[in-house]
Design a protein around this ligand. Sequence first.
Ligand code: NAD
Length: 263
Amino acid sequence: GWLSGYVAAVTGGASGIGRSIVERYLEEGASTVVVLDRDAERLAELQAACPDRLVTLQGDVREAASHEAMVAAALKHGGRLDVLVGNAGVFDFNRPLRSYTPNRLNATLEEIIAVNVRGYLLSAMASADALATSRGSMIFTCSIAGFHAGCAGTLYTISKHAVVGLVRQLALELAPQVRVNGVGPGGTLTDLRGTAALGHAERSIGIHLEETARTIAGSTPLGFAQEPRDHAGLYVLLASRENARAITGEVLMSDGGVGVRGV
Ligand code: NAD
């Protein structure tokens, strides 16, 4: 496999795109994959499905200690860290600005930035030294909403645009030891949740899965709704020193062609 002997850490790896990355990394020969997620039940399911070479940790990406524990687990169980995947995120369900009150806006903005942006920064901070030692790389899940309007509400769009800045700035700051890249999925059939601030912690984009699939397929040039496994190979490619040695500061889009469409 392309990642034979690699040690990886993945946030939000218990579900959706993250879980697909974890499964592909194991298939590609990773020797240890550490998964940090807040969902204990899904971590247990994943551990049962992949009993070997997997270490699961329950924690919140808004806390620095969760990331420190994740990196410590990689070093303890794998002896090194080759790739950090920042992926845990929450959505705003396309909420328009005018539907917020100022208090709701503050609380929702704080939560979305804390998970989608601060969570990635804390991952980067906790893993930078170990990745510099291994000449490894970071990969962050961005989005079509990191480049275009109309794919989400303002708050989620801001958070994913911020991830593009994070990728570019850290690519320079951490060069030449660590490569830093992103993957930008388009609409993907997952259990992506909303914010507690809006009472949407249990609301999922997957609730009306068939309707969601039809909507995404209808607005995507390639004509289908993406599945998590459609993106996983890009995380393999970017992690691979052999295949992506010269790639840093890039966000590889995986959006079915949505990004090329003008009016
Ligand atoms: P998902 O809900 O299936 O997976 C996200 C995982 O992150 C879950 O296991 C969840 O428990 C975990 N998580 C959320 N908040 C957390 C926190 N505070 N601490 C720890 N773990 C937390 O959704 P997904 O669609 O696979 O989302 C993965 C990434 O993909 C997110 O960054 C999302 O913004 C991005 N993305 C999704 C789509 C899409 O259409 N589904 C499109 C573009 C980008």
